[in-house]
Design a protein around this ligand. Structure first.
Ligand code: ZN
Length: 348
């Protein structure tokens, strides 16, 4: 109701796909490498979308911030046939992260490999990408000793982004506990994050969106100070102006299990982000559950700093933080539900 344009885009998308994403699945995921080989704009990143002007010319060299005060892709740039969330692409990302890279504790070489690849994915979609390095202490992560070291946030911003202007932030942690390949926790969140970034680069969003793959979310000991290191570093380095610009933060963490989408806060945030997500989900017939006692993901770092947040995901599952957290535990249909809810929210 509040966004006829966004609803219309979805209706067009659904009509094109002949039903709630089911008809959108293609056979392109078999053996597909989800990452482009080079940082240049890649046709394979948007095979289903009619290229938009900024998707086809993502390079930053000609950027003129003075002449481009509104960097966000605008609705009037939206292609006639909108891009759509691709569950097969999301699953390919999960198979790569959990099947090929495997366990990726936040200070490990495997994590750095994953971070490089995610950075290339963002670059290939036309985003400006920067890395934010931070220290992590030695400790014990879910029963396994971990050394002191450094981890990294991978941050993607749209061309011409100005952090003091109103914007949204969507994040997902890229690391795992040492013993888990982390298909659901949290390759699922990263996979949806990358798909949303692809859609945003193609079709545009209501506000500019910053996409962050956070490092070192997983615990290195007990207590609030020994987890969520990446999001804590991000929040601590935000300027007052940037904080004023941030309108909402959503953490995607464990988003591929179950049939109902959990939408939560930690109990400090105003409920407007959660309410908007829930309302939008209702309008596109995605079942949700809500809670206000979930402090176990990166949204909590932002929430403690006074930012309006929500966390999507957290349905319990048998393979949690174990070697059994493999791609088979992830339900592609649930990724699609989360993708639709998030895209509706980002464009509403
Ligand atoms: Zn997680």
């Amino acid at each position: 109701m509040s966004n006829p344009g966004g609803v219309r885009r979805w209706l067009v998308s659904l009509a094109v796909c002949a039903g709630v994403l089911t008809g959108c699945e293609t056979s392109t995921d078999a053996g597909e490498d989800p990452a482009p080989a080079t940082p240049s704009a890649t046709p394979s990143a948007t095979p289903s979308a009619t290229p938009s002007p900024q998707a086809s010319s993502p390079g930053p060299p000609t950027r003129d911030e003075t002449a481009s005060p509104s960097p966000v892709p605008r609705a009037d740039r939206a292609p006639a046939v909108p891009a759509r969330f691709r569950r097969d692409r999301a699953m390919a990302t999960i198979r790569w992260l959990a099947g090929e890279v495997g366990p990726r504790e936040g200070s490990s070489a495997a994590f750095r490999r994953a971070a490089r690849r995610v950075a290339r994915r963002f670059s290939g979609l036309g985003y400006d990408v920067r890395r934010q390095s931070f220290a992590v202490p030695e400790g014990n992560s879910w029963g396994v000793p971990v050394p002191a070291g450094r981890s990294t946030n991978v941050i993607a911003t749209p061309e011409g982004f100005r952090s003091g202007r109103p914007h949204l932030l969507v994040g997902a942690h890229l690391d795992t506990v040492p013993q888990a390949p982390g298909a659901e926790d949290n390759a699922s969140g990263v996979a949806v994050l990358l798909e949303l970034a692809r859609l945003a680069a193609s079709d545009g969003t209501r506000l500019p969106v910053v996409f962050v793959a956070f490092g070192a979310e997983e615990p290195r000991g007990d207590g609030d100070a020994l987890h969520h290191f990446g999001s804590t570093a991000y929040v601590n380095r935000m300027s007052p102006r940037e904080r004023r610009g941030l309108q909402a933060m959503v953490s995607l963490d464990r988003v591929g299990v179950g049939t109902v989408v959990p939408v939560c806060t930690g109990g400090l945030s105003p409920l407007r982000v959660r309410a908007m997500l829930v309302r939008g989900a209702g309008e596109i017939d995605v079942p949700v559950s809500t809670c206000s006692d979930n402090a176990s993901s990166d949204h909590w770092s932002f929430e403690k700093a006074g930012e309006p947040v929500a966390r999507i995901g957290s349905t319990p599952y048998a393979g949690y933080h174990s070697a059994q957290d493999v791609p088979a535990v992830v339900n592609p249909a649930q990724l699609g539900r989360v993708g639709r809810v998030m895209w509706d929210w980002m464009t509403r």
